[in-house]
Design a protein around this ligand. Structure first.
Ligand SMILES: [Zn+2]
Length: 376
């Protein structure tokens, strides 16, 4: 009973409102299609790991794409070593199943490729894939994800995995709004390729979701500069930056603020008075509300309003024209499930897909585990 899970990076529900998607429509009609929510912060690595583990960030350990621990040590969140719970690939492999995991971005390959019999990315494709469907387009193109979906079909035909995970890149989401002709055409073609992916495969089940949504941002705030203007020293980490560089353009709708606890209340007051900041939470409040690991999120957690992102730099505020994510406004995602494996599925989060499948593998492991000898 092959199972496919696809994470369309940055696929806000609005993209599917504007595009023609007859296949998704059918899957939703025959199965289930809801608008659910992702994990906070609404960034890529946090949510890919939640989808694959079924767990919340406090349990799986990935609380941003990058973090500074409470000991001040920088923690890179691209390595599988940071993940504290088993992912579906491992559960499936342990249950004797054949596993494939493919991605657009190479940076996700290290996390998703563990325990997979077959793994590659658009950036680092395998020779036999290129021989069959041609060389992949550049990673910064709207066609990169379409190539990955064609590769997914090839993997299903040639490798016959029991479990296939596909995760794309959100380049399109960062570049185009849902109503753009090219966005609509790309999602319609993605829909057609998903139809081709499951065509004629016996007993196949599929789940389609996103790691986060996407919104236009008009204002960028530098929390460090805002606080510095009040004589408060702090280090701000944008939740979607890949590594710590102060002048980096990785602007996120949420940020972790590291500072001395003794000045936390004063800093929170200053930040609450700044236009564009929707919520200022203490470490404890954020950990409680969003199930985050308090050791990895700094003393304060900032959430922007729909058009505000957090970055670095010496200017407290600047005008930008970008599309990004990270805030609560990008937390709505489609959750589409179809096929025998998802009969009875009633999850409301992207990670519910993983949690559901983990429970099924629990059953498989119980069936295949050797029986204990009866106690004498
Ligand atoms: Zn993403």
């Amino acid at each position: 009973m092959p199972t496919i899970v696809i994470c369309f990076d940055g696929m806000a529900p609005e993209y599917l409102v504007h595009a023609d998607t007859p296949v998704f429509d059918r899957l939703g009609r025959e199965g289930r299609w809801i608008t659910g929510h992702c994990q906070m912060p609404s960034v890529t690595n946090v949510n890919n790991v939640s989808i694959l583990s079924g767990a919340k960030p406090v349990a799986h350990g990935i609380n941003a794409n990058f973090a500074i621990g409470s000991d001040g040590v920088e923690v890179y969140m691209e390595s599988p070593d940071a993940i504290r719970v088993p992912l579906l690939q491992q559960r499936a492999a342990d249950a004797g199943q054949r596993v494939a995991a493919i991605s657009s971005k190479a940076k996700l390959a290290a996390i998703i490729g563990q325990h997979a019999d077959v793994t590659f990315s658009v950036e680092h494709p395998l020779a036999w894939v290129v021989e069959s469907i041609g060389a992949p387009p550049p990673i910064y193109s709207f066609e990169a994800n379409l190539w990955l979906l064609r590769a997914a079909r090839l993997v299903m035909e040639r490798e016959r995995p029991d479990f296939l995970y596909v995760t794309t890149t959100d380049y399109l989401g960062h570049m185009l709004p849902p109503e753009a002709d090219e966005a609509r055409a790309t999602f319609t073609e993605s829909d057609r390729l998903v139809g081709a992916l499951i065509e004629g495969i016996d007993d196949v089940s599929i789940a389609i979701t996103a790691d986060h949504g996407m919104n236009a941002k008009r204002r960028c705030l530098s929390p460090e500069a805002i606080l510095a203007a009040h004589g408060i020293e702090a280090v701000s980490v944008s939740t979607l930056q890949d590594r710590y560089t102060r002048h980096h353009g990785n602007m996120s709708g949420s940020a972790y603020i590291h500072l001395d606890r003794s000045i936390r209340e004063r800093a929170a007051e200053v930040l609450r008075a700044s236009a564009g900041i929707e919520r200022v939470l203490t470490r404890e409040e954020a950990a409680g509300e969003f199930a985050l690991d308090p050791a990895l999120i700094g003393e304060l957690v900032l959430l922007g309003d729909i058009e505000t992102a957090f970055g670095g730099g010496d200017e407290p505020e600047c005008a930008v024209e970008i599309r990004s994510h990270g805030s609560l406004h990008e937390a709505r995602v489609p959750v589409i499930t179809w096929g025998p494996r998802f009969e009875g599925f009633d999850g409301t989060e992207n990670r519910s897909i993983g949690a559901w499948l983990h429970r099924q593998y629990d059953g498989l492991a119980a069936v295949s585990a050797p029986r204990e000898a009866p106690a004498v």
